[in-house]
Design a protein around this ligand. Sequence first.
Ligand code: PHE
Ligand code: ZN
Length: 886
Amino acid sequence: MRTEQPKVIRLQDYQAPAYLIDETHLTFELFEDRTLVHAQLVMRRNPASEGAALPPLTLHGQELQLQALALDDRPLGGGDYQLSDESLTLQPTSAAFVIDSTVLIHPENNTALEGLYKSGKMFCTQCEAEGFRKITYYLDRPDVMSRFTTTVSAERQRYPVLLSNGNPIASGEEEDGRHWVTWEDPFRKPAYLFALVAGDLWALEDSFVTASGREVALRIYVEPENLDKCQHAMGSLKKAMRWDEEAYGREYDLDIFMIVAVNDFNMGAMENKGLNIFNSSAVLARAETATDAAHQRVEAIVAHEYFHNWSGNRVTCRDWFQLSLKEGFTVLRDSQFSADMNSPTVKRIEDVAYLRTHQFAEDAGPMAHSVRPESYMEISNFYTLTIYEKGAEVVRMIQTLLGAEGFRKGSDLYFERHDGQAVTCDDFVRAMEDANGVDLTQFKRWYSQAGTPRLQVSEDYDASARRYRLTFRQNCPATPQQAEKLPFVIPLALGLLDGRGRELPLRLEGEAQAVSGTRVLALTEAEQSFVFVDVDTRPLPSLLRGFSAPVKLEFPYSRDQLLFLMQHDSDGFNRWEAGQQLAVQVLQELIGQHRAGEALRLDPRLLDALRAVLADAALDPAMVAEVLSLPSEAYLTEISEVADVDAIHAAREFARKAIAEALYQPLWQRYSANRELSRQTAYVAEAAHFARRALQNIALSYLMLSERAEVLEATVEQFRSSDNMTERLNALAVLVNSPFEAERDAALADFAEQFRDDPLVMDQWFSVQAGNTRPGGLERVQALMRHPAFTLKNPNKVRALIGAFANQNLVNFHQGDGSGYRFLADQVITLNALNPQIAARLLAPLTRWRKYDERRQALLKAELERILASGELSSDVYEVVSKSLA
Ligand code: PHE
Ligand code: ZN
């Protein structure tokens, strides 16, 4: 907490560290009311730093009580060093020296969940980005890499398991029932990858033999009651290990790999070397308690953290401006893995829908920043969709431009060249350039320029000359601190279809030969034309196939053309995309009618399109489910100049109801066939089963809009008798959003009774109710905050209830009187003191005020002002609020 304004940290001010830490020897003495941390740092001057005289040494440190300090075994007194709230400064007297410090800390009172803290009965750490400085005085920056040994001592009874990074090398007993274990990590690492865990944990054990034949012990540590929920994560881990060997040539490097599940965690998971610490929601999964989506999320996050062992740990970031170096690349890697494990097209659809809804909104808001930001106040605020998701898109574009083989050559060179180093995004791109003999200078604007480019496309067909011209115009809106943008390199994958939906051979003017199928054009100018020759009939372009660049594409497709693409495009992603664009057009028309006070009339072509898709037995049911999903209210908001929350909701609900009525028969048929299959087969967490359950569930949610008795009966039956959480939770959600109050209340009570001891399941129970769009949403959420299973101290609970309400229940959150805003601001103010990172994330919906009408703008801004005036703000909350009001 601070009284002055946080200072701005700038990339341009980066300086190499004046000192290095070769070895770090830590000893932790854990007690119930305090922890003592002793650190021995073997240091020397950085040979790369300039100047003759030895500069002072400033170590980071926050909320530490210094007990003792020595330089080369010489105890230092008060006059020998200076302490501030954030640092300790002393003057070394030689170029190589050893510092010993002992500090007292209070993990038992740490509600920010950064540094060393307690989650329930266990101790754990979270050091990224700058949490290690809350553990001991240190050079807490990623370009200082050190070899660590860690000794942990604690009461044996309460903490039989004591873990840290690397391999255990010694252990022993002390008097008074205490014991200790020493761990040694042979790999140099920055402090943000340090981890410690102590608790009464059980492990699921397994092993993996690497490509070169080394055996690695695998362990997933959980509290005893969760041991039966680790199989899926273990299976995912082994698949990820094999996949990284095959796809990227990356082998695991220690003898042991551990995952620990903790209930109180700010993010999804953390890639600490050899000891990943996970939010329990990202590890635990079994049929009875976790949905298909949860299973897929576990698979993806386990893989993501594992992949960091190379993209993040072996090769790490020089400074936090380079965060996307590890996160963007690793998100791309995990998405490629998930695509290979499941359906590539469906995975791409999910990722793109997510990016366009949430990252595009961030890019258009007050916190917009580039993939490699130029400045920040609080680095925790920069673990964003832009760094992660857009960062992944940027690396994906490099792959699209270089081709799969060229990209692999580049990644091999990157890992080989920079193993053991802390590097920059420029180094990554240079490896790609050097391995392929290409120049990516202009491409790098994707790292430095924020904002989502618009790409306007127009066509011109000359039948007599058999020439077809496509003209592309790109521009990127201004973002904070960046008024003008230069043209991006946009890889545009496209194909041309003839009147019967066949791919035309593609020959550009001046080329000797035609290419068949998809090809990639590299757009580099603000305005640029490409002329295809030998084009016999007027083609229909299929543009930006696979979403080959994170841009907003504009092409004046007619609805009939979109229908045609939905049926014929050879690119699965673009078939879905055509359906979405059609739905967007139809919904926007309805929104307009609602705003004009007219009766709503749905274009029947949307119904015809969906009917055809439902009838297509050859189509992957997961694709059918995706096509049936109308663009979300959040996406419709994002693409509106000024979003009319009520009109968007009314229009979308009207369309859903019309679909339910018009397609009742085929929906019912698809529902019951799949429900029957679910009844006959035991739950399997595999793509084909995810697919048919997805279709079953979306069909049921449409069917309920008809409010027919047979649907109610089927829903209640599914709720009561299904053997898995996917079907059960869907039935519950369908009941919650239905008018059948008695059945809804009975199901909610039943569910809470059955799962009250399982916090992750209770999170889902909270979320389902938070998302209920019927009137009275805020009151329901406020009542649920008083439920015994709810606490503001657990981030998952905050996200499940308050986050879900503000982000997914838009009609209720944006209620015209501003009560939703006031409520959210109140929670942010409370959380600011408890957990600044969660507070800052929670307030994101308030920052989007520019999207709404004047009245709502005023109400939203008033709440931001109220937060600003509420007292001592954390740097996290201060940065987001002040930038939003600027
Ligand atoms: N580095 C983690 C990941 O993306 C995320 C994280 C960041 C976790 C900061 C905790 C704190 O895998
Ligand atoms: Zn990551």
